[in-house]
Design a protein around this ligand. Structure first.
Ligand code: RB5
Length: 147
């Protein structure tokens, strides 16, 4: 199960990605927003992030205008590693090296075609599990404990 969330500026891109997930037969839960009226991205980041940390959803996809604000909000949730990406290499490597659990995309930055490419890479790439990457992720987690 994949958690989805967006603000008004990410709604169109989220809708395009939902159609792609439907075509791939990938199940998702959409935590809103559902309409084009102006919406505050932190609200939807929190809803989707909670679903990921609770284990209800394995991964999340979040959308706002740039992908940046919604990633900042999601990263405030303990246990979330949200990556804002607009290129294929980063979308793949953030799974392989960072074990990112949320991908954030900008509706005003990437086309629907690029977003679908990045989503596929993100969903289909496993964490490498290599010791050095696990160690670095543990250091990120330790930062959460210290602040
Ligand atoms: C909304 O206009 C816009 O600021 C928001 O979607 C996002 O891009 C913020 O990072």
């Amino acid at each position: 199960m994949i958690a989805l969330g967006c603000d008004h500026a990410g709604l169109e891109l989220k809708t395009a990605v939902m159609a792609h997930l439907d075509a791939r037969g990938i199940e998702y839960k959409d935590y809103g927003t559902y309409t084009p009226e102006s919406a505050d991205y932190a609200i939807y980041a929190e809803k989707a992030a909670r679903a990921v940390v609770s284990g209800e959803c394995a991964l999340g996809l979040l959308f706002c205008g740039t992908g940046v604000g919604i990633s900042m909000a999601a990263n405030k949730v303990r246990g979330i590693r949200a990556a804002c990406c607009s290129d294929a290499f980063s979308a793949e490597m953030t799974r392989r090296h960072n074990d990112a659990n949320i991908l954030c995309l900008g509706g005003r930055v990437v086309t629907p075609e690029k977003a679908i490419e990045l989503v596929d890479l993100f969903l289909d790439t496993p964490f490498s599990g290599e010791e050095r990457h696990a160690r670095r992720i543990a250091q990120i987690t330790a930062l959460e404990e210290r602040f």
